[in-house]
Ligand binder design. Sequence first.
Ligand code: MLT
Length: 241
Amino acid sequence: MSQPTVHICLSPALYPMYHSNERIVVIVDILRATSAICTALQHGMKSVIPVATIDQANQFVGDDYIIAAERGGEIVNGFAYGNSPLAYINNPQTFGKHLVLTTTNGTQAIETARLSQTLVIGSFCNISALTQWIVKRNQDVMILCAGWKNRINLEDTIFAGALLDSLLRQGFSMDIDTDAGITALSLFRLSEADIKAFLKQSSHNQRLSRLNLDEDITYCLTRNTTPIVPILQQERLVIST
Ligand code: MLT
């Protein structure tokens, strides 16, 4: 049997060119949506409900829900929560609740791939657990980078390279019909000694820094803070068993 192949889609705009029902889809928005989703579930939230718009988020009413909305890196006016993973750590107010989340790019990327057979969430927070989870399924994979408004970004591309690197070590192969894999892998290898320093050039890193969110950046680049893999079931992301 041939080895499973890893495909890398560097922007949601390219998704139709990569879509195939045979592939596990891994959504990646390192700064910060997929890091926040992993963290919220790790710290006791029951599920994360990703939605594309603020109107959709506002449909969820009641004590069971925490509504979080981010645009352009900032918490949307009128909401108590945004996209900072740190807000969900050891927080008695969010523990045991469902998080309804809408963000500039991460939840839009989930929306783009919502109908895929298997959709999971990737971040540096769960990279080892995710690698093992994918290896067990032994199936082709598409890493879908959320980017920024359908444009490519550095941090998601570097993570795609890091996950590709881990999967290559486990016997997976890389799609060589395009140069996305080699691009991501090269960027990862160029940056891996100090990803934080390398990402000083990243536009969203600079945007978050201007908003005094450097602590979030450091957290989002820390590996393996959780052993969980969030998976989309119906409309909700839950911990895969
Ligand atoms: C997004 O979805 O675009 C982001 O994760 C932006 C952010 O909150 O930093």
